[in-house]
Write a protein that binds this ligand. Structure first.
Ligand SMILES: [Zn+2]
Length: 89
């Protein structure tokens, strides 16, 4: 019982939740990879990303793009990039 309740009482912090899936992009896509939601029917494999990892990957349009089916960008555009250190350029 205690084991079952542990997760609910100590949830994973949002920043550490891996809720995106990285797959090779189909040839028609210019980017090398596509970022999917975990439950996207187009996604497979075990390469999971956190919000920040997904944002960093998507920062390079030739590296990764958002899946057109599950549209991760509709969620990720509300996620702020990791805070820069004050005073950094
Ligand atoms: Zn998808």
């Amino acid at each position: 019982m205690a084991g079952q309740n542990y997760r609910a009482l100590d949830p994973i912090p949002p920043a550490e939740r891996r809720r995106w899936r990285l797959n090779n992009a189909p040839q028609r896509v210019r980017a090398e990879f596509l970022v999917h939601r975990l439950d996207c029917a187009q996604a497979s494999g075990d390469h999971l990303l956190t919000d920040q990892e997904a944002l960093r990957t998507l920062a390079d349009p030739e590296a990764a793009a958002c899946c057109e089916v599950c549209c991760p960008e509709t969620v990720l555009r509300h996620v702020l990039p990791e805070a820069e250190a004050p005073g950094s350029p």
